[in-house]
Design a protein. Structure first.
Lengths: 334, 334
């Protein structure tokens, strides 16, 4: 009989936590006990899991006894606060926050790319940033042909990247615009309906945002490219779900478009979707509610003979967060 | 007494034509007679101009007698068909279509950048592509400090770039989504509401679209940079008005962010809007219905020591089309 695992879900009421619940069920993850955890405010409410209603408990340092795997779907602060309680309990902590991603002793894992890193964990495994996961899955097959030296990236990030309140705010603004009512912006810095906001995360001293720097920092660690340079511009767009990324990728030696396309077509987690005669290219409309990164618009970078331009889209709540975390856990099940 | 000019407006009923009418009035262009021209279908309807109603006439080869300046706001086909009738009548043809932009004997002009080229015309002056105008205005001050060698560009183009029917289609789709009705897509290849479409124009043999190649071809001609290389990805976004552009600009020698910012701040047609502490960066929400290109998010390109990353927005119906054409005409008035 196959082993089953006790799973604690830290942040069971958030957008990523809710997605994890349905994905654990959808992927038939061998769950023995599910322990949904959240803030005191949500404790006592139910979550639905495999036809059962399970009571949410308040997340405290005593919540993790008996857990085999703890999924973290909360902010960095709470992840930091509870990490030692989790690892001391003997569980593996698969954390979706940015708290530990760049720690030397914490693997940062995309299972299609660097599953071997996961095995080196000392209790914590970090789940990368959403745009970074999607971009890394798309460009890794190219990097295997010739290591990537640099990328210029512009993102088109959906409002669901800001949690469940993001789509609610966009929808409320869309309705307010139609009714000529006042527009309220709480989740985003400005109105996002019919607008674009080139500001995700916090500005750093180099005038990039922390979100923009993740593509270089986390990308470098995941792809095992210590010298990777990435100039990234992150932009919030009025799309509900699926992040899109426009990238120019420069490799050490020249890679043909044919070779890159073939490699992407064969790579796990990727779908080559690139036929101009059939108007086939990735779009949020067709890539949401899936675990696959769609890659298309492959062509020679006209500014660099070792460059390739491409466009990719993926569901950032699933592959960009919840699915990737569960795939990491699947590396450890019998 | 100042001279007044007879102005024919070819395409008086379209989005750009309508904008030209209101801009001729707003800018107090010295109009003697206005001759609004359109297809037979629109002939006989009225346009409003300076408090008068003026009857639209059908555009034919006989429409241009007595005109001093003809503004073209129609497709390339009709521009080509009527061009010789216009120039034979002695008028200057300022054409917004792509028909003549790359002809050696046709100046391609952004008045803030290369007004001197306009004077070399042989009857036709071409108005550049909208994204190209906006990008060129933003990067020209940098190119004056050190010539631009290459740019990697991703665009975020508003639906009004597709003419008056673009915003109508987006709005209809937004309403249909709220009502759970069927989505109809006629103007765009796919649903644009809550979606992104990385396909504007027609695909060429090099797998770029003609829209994407305009930034290199037209940018090179306007900026007098014969060797300019541009890798561009053009994306339609669910925004009503104002195109946005994310660009990494590589110059021959290094330009500091401080010098680039100062040059942009002083340049005509530009507004430096770049203060992270005040959350000041260009957005479609604040740049529409204006003639100025907003430029912000200036920072070092991390992939190239001679590179600068920036983000700019401008109203593509105005500065990207109608305003630029009228500014060209203003170079010729007393």
């Amino acid at each position: 009989m196959k082993r089953k695992y006790n799973i604690a879900l830290l942040g069971a009421t958030g957008a990523v936590g809710q997605e994890m619940l349905s994905l654990l069920e959808e992927r038939n993850f061998p769950v023995n006990n599910l322990i949904p955890l959240a803030s005191a405010r949500s404790a006592g409410k139910d979550v639905d899991f495999c036809g059962e209603k399970i009571k949410i408990k308040e997340a405290t340092s005593n919540s993790f006894a008996g857990a085999d795997i703890v999924f973290g779907a909360v902010g960095s602060g709470l992840s930091r606060e509870l990490a030692s309680s989790i690892t001391n309990s003997g569980a593996i902590f698969i954390d979706n926050s940015s708290a530990f991603r760049m720690n030397d002793d914490v693997p940062l894992v995309v299972p299609e790319i660097n599953p071997e890193d996961a095995k080196k964990h000392k209790g914590i495994i970090a789940n990368p940033n959403c745009s970074t996961i999607i971009t890394a899955v798309a460009v890794n097959p190219i990097s295997k042909l010739s290591p990537i030296k640099s990328m210029v990236v512009s993102t088109y990030q959906a409002v669901s990247g800001a949690g469940a309140a993001g789509p609610q705010e966009l929808l409320a603004q869309v309705k307010a615009l139609l009714a000529n009512d006042e527009i309220k912006s709480n989740v985003f810095q400005y109105q996002i309906a019919e607008n674009l906001i080139p500001h995700i995360g916090s500005f750093l001293d180099n005038d990039y945002t922390d979100e923009e720097m993740k593509l270089q920092r986390e990308g470098s660690k995941i792809l095992h490219l210590p010298d990777l340079k990435v100039s990234c511009t992150c932009v919030r767009v009025p799309v509900i779900r699926s992040h899109s990324i426009s990238a120019c990728v420069v490799t050490e030696s020249q890679v043909s478009i044919e070779a890159a396309s073939k490699a992407i077509d064969k790579a796990p987690g990727c779908k080559l979707y690139d036929d101009k005669t059939k108007k086939q290219y990735p779009m949020p409309l067709i890539t949401s509610n899936q675990d696959i990164v769609y890659v298309g618009r492959l062509r020679k970078d006209l500014t660099n003979e070792n460059g390739i331009a491409l466009w990719c889209c993926g569901d950032q709540v699933r592959k960009g967060a919840a699915t990737n975390a569960i795939q990491i856990a699947e590396l450890f099940i019998d």
